[in-house]
Ligand binder design. Structure first.
Ligand code: NDP
Length: 294
């Protein structure tokens, strides 16, 4: 078994992004700028946004965290998004999900100018991605593709099984793996909670992507000998063993599955770090105007 080491790959790619950001700053006379909107006080969301902002600073981007109380109206939020859309000095805008119940996430997603949609959730970006046109690609699947590319794993023609069909991970992941591109060209099965005989489906996979949200869901008896296993899951449990007071578990039973896999991502230290890279790369591309010329 070899480790798909998110720490090593993300550190290398971060250096590349930092170098490019410095060159771009020189050219534009300002830094690439990402704005994140956070509504309410969900512990996970606050941690994720803080980490995104910190990573922006580390590579030389400007970052702004607009934090609103959860009683902000949908109208006020949409007005703020329109204001940011019109600001030429802001390159990327993300709205951290989940949102409070009285705000429609679809409306918010579509309100973001697709040219600033560095989360890649806008239907225009999703459609362009599906057609293999330049677009912003959702950060987690993008990060996974960058990792596969880094290790030059030959997945062309192989069978990939994605477990989980969310808009942000499973579904875009299945599109990317099936696209006629490198990495890509897999024969993809997208599975979910209604899938019959899930174990038999996963057992056929040369590449397994687990994005379910259930600790140790993928067990060794579900995985073929020699498979490449990508674990997206982040399952938090309180723990007295760590300083932070919690411990993270993936969707894959790492201890057992790693005995059968040819390559596997750890949790933590795998996909989570690559997700940040996906977001940073999208923001850099937004500032450069490479996806959508300015
Ligand atoms: P969602 O809850 O949006 O989606 C989970 C998916 O898993 C759904 O499609 C659901 O099926 C499917 N599922 C649930 N139970 C089963 C089951 N028993 N058998 C088969 N499929 C099942 O989650 P996300 O995609 O947002 O996230 C998945 C995990 O990845 C979470 O742990 C999350 O924290 C983590 N994550 C990690 C990131 C990272 O950077 N590493 C980034 C984003 C998420 P159905 O559609 O039928 O309900």
């Amino acid at each position: 078994m070899k480790l798909l080491d998110g720490k090593e790959v993300s550190a290398k790619l971060k250096e590349d992004i930092k170098r490019e950001a410095a060159e771009l700053t020189e050219k534009l006379g300002r830094k690439p700028h990402l704005v994140a909107i956070l509504v309410g006080h969900d512990g996970g969301s606050e941690t994720y946004v803080a980490s995104k902002m910190r990573n922006c600073e580390q590579v030389g981007f400007d970052s702004t965290n607009l934090h609103y109380e959860d009683d902000i109206t949908e109208e006020a939020l949409l007005a703020k998004i329109a204001e940011i859309n019109a600001d030429d000095e802001i390159d990327g805008l993300i709205v951290q999900l989940p949102l409070p119940k009285h705000i429609d996430p679809e409306k918010v997603t579509e309100a973001i100018d697709y040219r600033k949609d560095v989360d890649g959730f806008h239907p225009i970006n999703l459609g362009r991605m599906q057609r293999n046109l330049p677009s912003f690609i959702p950060a987690t699947p993008y990060g996974i593709m960058l990792m596969l590319d880094h290790y030059k794993l030959d997945i062309s023609g192989k069978k990939a099984v994605v477990v989980g069909r969310s808009n942000i991970v499973g579904s875009p992941m299945s599109i990317l793996l099936a696209r006629n591109s490198n990495p890509g060209n897999c024969t993809v099965t997208l599975t979910h909670s209604r899938t019959q005989n899930l174990k038999e489906e996963v057992l056929q996979a040369d590449v397994v992507v687990a994005a379910i949200g259930r600790k140790n869901f993928v067990t060794a008896d579900m995985v073929k000998e020699g498979a490449i296993v990508i674990d997206v899951g982040i399952n938090r449990e309180t723990s007295t063993e760590t300083k932070s007071g919690y411990k993270l578990y993936g969707d894959v039973d790492f201890n057992e599955v790693s005995k059968k896999a040819s390559w596997i991502t750890p949790v933590p230290g795998g996909v989570g770090l690559m997700t940040i890279i996906g977001l940073l790369k999208n923001t850099l591309e937004a500032a450069k105007g490479t996806v959508y010329p300015k």
